[in-house]
Design a protein around this ligand. Sequence first.
Ligand code: DGL
Length: 271
Amino acid sequence: MDNRPIGVFDSGLGGLTAVRELRRLLPGEDIVYFGDTGRVPYGSRSKDAIIKYARQDVAFLTTFDLKAIVIACGTVSSTALELLQQENRCPIFGVVEPAAQAAAQASASGKIGLIGTEASIRSGAYERALERLRPGGTVTARACPLFVPLVENGRCRPGDAVVELVAAEYLTPLRQAGIDTLLMGCTHYPLLRDVVGAFFGPQVALIDVGAACIRQVKIYLAGQNLLSGRPNGGKGRYFVSDSVDGFARLASLFLGESLSEQVEQIDITAY
Ligand code: DGL
């Protein structure tokens, strides 16, 4: 039994979709969340910038006594996971491998679509994992740089002409490729599930990277006897690098419930 909190971070709010799953699957766990809202998005930045930011994010989180860290960000997971694991003693989990496993299992035909930020797609990390887990399959990948800003601005619901137009442009080549599974390789994308689901129809399985990762974290913690002793009532602490104004309102969209805990602003450049 281990009652220390789990650290979770993302470039912004998207990682809260992983927190939502964490609260659902492991309601007794305490959580420390950091969202780098002052520097979002990471997905259009260089590899060097993403590594620098990710190191600072982990340095901040490790000021807490954590039992594990979840990189609730496809961009950081695909760019810096191994490096962060080498540099830190605390176990660190990324979203790429668990999501690729879920996609490989879900796909009957092996025709898998992949969407993510520019940096995630450029890294090739998801494709390498899928190739290893589903040899001989076909991956059709597409960077979707407009999705994150649309989601962060709340433009993610069916009936919103702008997001539907952008989605159609990004996703049409994947539909033409005849995919049966779509790996949504960014933790912001679960908010687009209804738009994307309506575009493809029910015959395409949608894989949520944050949820896939949390399922794996649960298996790891249980296997190592590191689950908290509480069945319920885990607490959250939330930190951001930009103003806290409006955070709770937007955060509730990602969490699927209102955020009752305090949110604090920190200077991430100090780490
Ligand atoms: N949530 C991040 C991810 O999963 C994307 C946001 C960003 O570009 O910073 O990749």
